[in-house]
Every structure is written in C-alpha cells, then in structure tokens.
Design a protein around this ligand. Structure first.
Ligand code: SF4
Length: 214
C-alpha cells in the first residue's frame, strides 16, 4: 500500500505536468459527452472527435436522435467500430433520456448505468465532468498506470481498480487524477514502452524503480 505522502507527491507531480485535466472529447451539451464516451469504447478520442461534428449537426437534439433511424446514425459513426451496436445505443439512450429523465443526463451512478451502453467508466466520467462529483474513470490508461505505480494491486478488472482507488485517492482529486492518467499514458507511460527514465513519477513508482533504466 502506498503511503499517504507518496500518493500526495504523485498527485502534485501530475498536476504540475498536466495543469489542464480536461477530457479530450469535444462536446457542447451534456448528452453529447455521454454519447461521445459511448462512441469512444474500443476507439480513440481523436477518432470520436472527427466524427461527432457531423453527427451532432445532423442530429442536433435529443429528439432528433430519438427519432433517428439507427442505420443512418451508424453511417456517421462507422469509423468508430461496433457502429451498429453503438448507433442503436445512442438512439435508445436518447429515447430513455427523454422518457425517463425529462431530457436531462441523470446524476447518479444507478441512473446512469441503467441507460443503454452506459457502464461504470462512462458513468464515472459523467459524474466527474458534468456533476463535479468524485469520479474514478478506470479506462485502460488508468488501470495500467495505477497498477504500475502501485496504487492498486495490478488488477486489470475495472471494478476492482475503482474500489482500490476509492481507498487511496482523496475524492476531490479523483476525477482530475483519472484525466491526468490518460494524458500521462499517452505522453510517457505508454502500454508498450514506458519512458521511466524520463518520468518524474519514477521515485514513487513500483514498476519504474524495478525497470532497467536506459
Ligand atoms: Fe510509468 Fe515508468 Fe513513470 Fe512508472 S516510472 S509512471 S511505469 S513511465
């Protein structure tokens, strides 16, 4: 288990490295973020950002999505992968947001995960970014890096990682911390070739301290 001091140092260092802990998905409306996160499954945020301008222009409201033919929606998101399933989820999700939540993205884990295609990762992101609540977005970067750092036991199970992070991260830091994990995972701590020798988290990182330094 990491000491509180080590966790604090990691948090502070990440803040210094990545002052803007922003989600890299582009959106204007709350439900657009929800839909963009759905599209980002098995896809990159950059790819999602390429398709959403045309998608949100063609279907500019929840009502438009709810009335859309999933096949047409699918044509706009084809390059994101699993486009038929994702298109059905967007249309069904729009219907449910209108019917069950008065057209608003709900603000509890239970309500969010009751929507089609919305799992805990998506729900956490919405809670953090829209509702400014504690949020533990356990995507592939967060799972990998927190395991390497020793903030978790190295589990690849998102729910177990979330449970372990809830015990070590101050709640008010959690959402930004997870965004910074994504940024660090892209810039330094990549899956295949982590740049440990150049990483300013090295002194507090279990994996980095064991890895041979170039
Ligand atoms: Fe990743 Fe290496 Fe940095 Fe640890 S020291 S966070 S493994 S790049």
């Amino acid at each position: 288990m990491k000491s509180k001091a080590a966790v604090g140092r990691i948090i502070q260092e990440l803040k210094a490295l990545y002052p803007d802990a922003l989600c890299s998905l582009n959106y204007e409306k709350d439900y657009e973020l929800l839909f963009s996160v759905r599209l980002s499954a098995q896809c990159t945020d950059a790819r999602v950002n390429l398709v959403t301008p045309a998608l949100f222009a063609r279907f500019p409201s929840l009502e438009a999505f709810a009335q859309a033919d999933p096949e047409e929606v699918g044509e706009y998101i084809r390059s994101c992968g699993f486009f038929r399933t994702k298109a059905k989820d967007l249309v069904e999700c729009a219907k449910q947001l209108l019917e069950r939540f008065d057209g608003k993205v709900p603000g509890t884990m239970e309500e969010l995960t009751s929507l089609p295609g919305v799992g805990r990762k998506t729900a956490n992101l919405i809670l953090g970014d829209i509702y400014k609540q504690p949020a533990y977005v356990c995507d592939t970067h967060c799972i990998r890096i927190t395991g390497r750092l020793g903030l978790t036991d190295g589990s690849k199970d998102p729910l177990k990682v979330e449970q372990q992070l809830r015990k070590v991260l101050p709640p008010e830091e959690s959402s930004d911390f997870c965004h910074r994990m994504v940024l660090h995972g892209r810039a330094v701590c990549t899956a295949r070739n982590p740049q440990c020798a150049a990483c300013s988290l090295l002194g507090d990182c279990d994996y980095g301290k064991k890895a041979p330094q170039a």
